[in-house]
Design a protein around this ligand. Structure first.
Ligand SMILES: NC(=O)c1ccc[n+]([C@@H]2O[C@H](COP(=O)([O-])OP(=O)(O)OC[C@H]3O[C@@H](n4cnc5c(N)ncnc54)[C@H](OP(=O)(O)O)[C@@H]3O)[C@@H](O)[C@H]2O)c1
Length: 337
């Protein structure tokens, strides 16, 4: 089969091969004929060697998220039949309950092989039935970018009608956060460096927007938009020095969902801001299978359509990573079959 492999860290070491053996599903596993894969920031960070590099094997098939159809069944598989449409889940072993360190040993797209190939293996427990209204290209965008804000808003939080969510930027996670929060009936304040993207995020449901380039104190602007009270939740994809601004933007007992590290993996957090507000600073690591099932039902009921920024062919995967670098609106997809 054709597959990209990361022979060592760095984009120069990412190579497309056409003679990689098709993997064989073991007991409880399925072989997936991959139709589409979608990029997340972590897939780029992994190639660059800044995402858990100590855990990544040489020759890894990268990219965590993919969708396609079942091509073969391992021994004992009962959940699926050949031909069923399936979407991957990131953590093969995190089915429910609290996160455990051991779950990071079996993640799709590193340390386990991922979806940048014509075939991939999943456990039946971590393969999800693809919602009927979605194409494989749409479904491939969901596993990390949609589950993460869902996990923050509905599994740790209780966001619904009357609540306000602030969403940072217009990348994969943030566009899904906007769509999900809007479907939940919440008010969304969107932020972006681009007025054009702010216009597009309003079309997806954000009622208020802030350009964080022209309004660097976006937290003060968010307070103003909420009558000085603050928002119920910030989906923080930026991290770094700005984390204190997220805390400043939430109301008393509000939640900062610590999702991303676009501005750095460490933060000088102002603890007094956390203490006075009694803010909840909640780390989020994608989510478990049960939450993904609930999200997929919600996506089906609300007919949520993923926003695909661009689609690349398998041989053009490098260009897809480059597009991710440029700041897409929504998701970058690689079409495989
Ligand atoms: N913890 C988890 O489970 C989890 C899951 C998914 C992603 N993440 C992390 O979340 C982050 C975002 O992931 P993604 O896949 O959505 O990335 P992405 O699609 O590459 O999104 C990048 C966008 O973020 C915005 N941005 C960049 N710097 C910003 C800043 N200083 N302030 C506000 N917005 C800024 C920009 O939006 P504009 O162009 O509109 O300004 C940019 O286009 C990454 O760090 C990723 O690793 C974590």
């Amino acid at each position: 089969m054709r597959a990209w492999k990361l022979d060592d860290f760095g984009f120069d070491n990412l190579h497309l091969y056409d003679d990689v053996p098709v993997p064989v599903p073991g007991p409880g596993e399925i072989l997936v004929k991959v139709a589409a894969a979608a990029l997340n920031y972590r897939d780029k960070a992994l190639v660059e060697g800044i995402y858990a590099p100590e855990k990544m094997p040489k020759g890894l098939i990268p990219v965590a998220d993919f969708a396609g159809s079942v091509a073969a069944l391992g021994e004992g598989v009962t959940k699926f039949a050949v031909g069923d449409r399936v979407t991957s889940h990131f953590y093969l072993d995190w089915i429910d309950g609290p996160w455990r360190e051991s779950y990071t040993d079996r993640q799709t797209g590193g340390p386990l092989d991922g979806g940048l190939a014509e075939y991939a293996v999943l456990t039946e427990a971590a393969a999800m039935s693809t919602p009927a209204h979605l194409s494989d290209e749409g479904a491939a965008t969901l596993p990390i970018a949609a589950l993460t804000p869902w996990f923050a808003m509905r599994e740790y939080g209780d966001i619904g009608i009357g609540d306000t969510v602030l969403v940072q930027g217009t990348g994969g996670v943030s566009v899904f956060a906007t769509q999900i929060a809007t479907a939940l009936g919440a008010r969304v304040i969107g932020t972006s460096s681009s007025d054009d993207k702010l216009k597009r995020i309003r079309e997806l449901g954000a009622t208020d927007t802030i350009n964080y380039r022209t309004t660097p104190d976006w937290a003060a602007a968010a307070l103003e938009l909420t009558g000085g009270e603050g928002v119920d939740m910030v989906i923080d994809v930026v991290g770094g020095t700005g984390l204190t601004d997220s805390v400043r933007a939430v109301k008393g007992s509000g939640m900062v969902a610590v999702v991303g590290f676009l501005d750095g993996q460490t933060s000088p957090l102002d603890l007094m801001s956390v203490i006075w507000r009694q803010a909840r600073v909640q780390g989020i690591a994608v989510g478990h299978v049960r939450a993904f099932e609930r999200l997929l039902r919600f996506v089906g009921e609300h007919r949520i359509r993923p926003v695909v920024d661009s689609v690349f062919d398998l041989e053009d995967a490098r260009e897809a990573y480059e597009r991710l670098n440029q700041g897409p609106f929504g998701k970058v997809v690689i079409k495989i079959a």
